[in-house]
Design a protein around this ligand. Structure first.
Ligand SMILES: NC(=O)c1ccc[n+]([C@@H]2O[C@H](COP(=O)([O-])OP(=O)(O)OC[C@H]3O[C@@H](n4cnc5c(N)ncnc54)[C@H](O)[C@@H]3O)[C@@H](O)[C@H]2O)c1
Ligand SMILES: O=c1ccn([C@@H]2O[C@H](COP(=O)(O)OP(=O)(O)O[C@H]3O[C@H](CO)[C@@H](O)[C@H](O)[C@H]3O)[C@@H](O)[C@H]2O)c(=O)[nH]1
Length: 329
């Protein structure tokens, strides 16, 4: 039986492109909507239509949804850098919350039945204890987290009217690259720890700054739960199948492995994989960083039957490093 067509917003970006690969590999017809503000045309596989459009442009999205028979939307498009959200909150609310509102309106007009949304561990703020389950308090400490949490709330309220069902996936720190080398993180001026560290490891940067060494953690640096992007992509395919199979049910699920790694542990692990140490410069804290974020993934595993394949930190690092070596400067 032919599978229904899925619209992937932000499908030319890092995580979205891996979801497109996972969908494509599993035989789902896909259409990508991306304004290429941080995405790359080459990240979209041949044969997958890429429509260059801003998801906040409601009339344009209505036209797109009239032109393509879309059953479900995976909504990745948005702005992603926590400290940037602190310096330019207005932009973050516009590109994340307001644009999602516009997309939702277009989806309702077109009768789209399912929406899967990229949310974030930043919704939990600076939790006192980890691991975090989905019922943990949501008190963001930066505008990025709020911009996503507000979108979650809109989805919840609109879905309650019966317009569609939704899945909210709260990703913890996404890292690594497609094991087959077809995609990876490629944006210029990247700020994510492993990406920056891999750039330093292959000589594209001189060093890695360690932002803060006085956090209340064992080695003083922030702890995060790094999840391989391809394991996250497979969670998306399972979540999509669940939304379609149970149209009256919506869900919110953490996506992480439940293992915390500090900044220094990550850099040590990279040095071990790479064989030569990357220069570290210990510095001040960065704005908006919570000390630790670690997921409980019990609900994701139980509800979707998710089985991660790349949870080993060295595996994540190896894939990121291989991708970085092949990526032109
Ligand atoms: N990377 C992480 O660790 C992480 C963690 C939690 C949540 N997320 C969320 O996952 C999603 C994807 O993140 P990513 O890391 O792949 O980032 P990315 O920047 O690589 O991908 C985002 C894509 O969306 C596009 N885009 C941005 N604004 C748009 C708009 N208004 N209209 C159309 N396209 C637009 C960009 O061009 C880009 O291709 C984001 O919503 C992000 O908030 C990421
Ligand atoms: O050059 C760097 C970059 C980062 N860090 C630290 O490394 C940790 C992780 O930072 P980063 O990789 O930038 O990710 P986060 O700020 O934790 O945010 C990511 O992870 C969140 C979920 O936890 C997502 O919501 C965000 O979109 C995504 O950018 C933080 O303690 C940073 O201070 C450094 O010390 N040096």
């Amino acid at each position: 039986m032919t599978k229904p067509t899925i619209l992937v917003t932000g499908g030319a970006g890092y995580i979205g492109s891996h979801a497109v690969l996972a969908l494509h590999d599993a035989g789902w017809p896909v259409v990508v909507a991306d304004n290429l503000s941080n995405g790359r045309r080459e990240a979209v596989p041949e044969g997958v239509p890429l429509i260059e459009v801003d998801v906040g442009d409601a009339p344009a999205m209505e036209r797109l949804l009239a032109d393509h028979p879309i059953t479900a939307i995976m909504h990745f498009a948005g702005s992603i850098v926590v400290p940037e959200s602190v310096t330019d909150p207005h932009y973050y609310y516009r590109n994340n919350t307001v644009a999602s509102h516009a997309l939702m309106g277009a989806a309702m007009k077109a009768g789209v039945r399912h929406i899967l949304f990229s949310s974030t561990a930043a919704a939990y703020g600076a939790p006192e204890k980890v691991p975090l389950d989905e019922d943990s308090a949501t008190r963001p400490i930066n505008p990025y987290g709020w911009s996503k949490l507000m979108t979650e709330q809109m989805l919840r309220d609109v879905a309650a009217t019966g317009a569609f069902n939704y899945g909210v996936l709260r990703y913890f720190n996404v890292a690594g690259a497609d094991p087959e080398g077809r995609s990876g993180q490629a944006s210029k001026g990247a700020t994510h720890l492993l990406k920056v560290a891999c750039e330093a490891a292959v000589g594209k940067r001189t060093h890695v700054d360690v932002f803060g060494t006085d956090y209340p953690t064992p080695d003083g640096t922030c702890i995060r739960d790094y999840i391989h992007v391809s394991d996250l992509a497979s969670a998306h395919v399972l979540a999509l199948e669940a939304l379609i199979a149970n149209p009256s049910e919506s869900f919110t699920l953490n996506c992480g492995y439940g293992q915390g790694t500090s900044v220094l542990e990550m850099l040590d692990a990279l040095d071990a994989v790479n064989g030569t140490p990357v220069k570290r410069v210990l510095g001040e804290r960065r704005a908006g960083d919570p000390p630790q974020l670690v997921a409980s993934n019990r609900r994701l595993v139980e509800r979707l039957g998710w089985q991660p394949r790349f949870a080993d930190t060295a595996t994540i690092i190896r894939s990121a490093l291989e991708w970085e070596r092949r990526l032109p400067s």
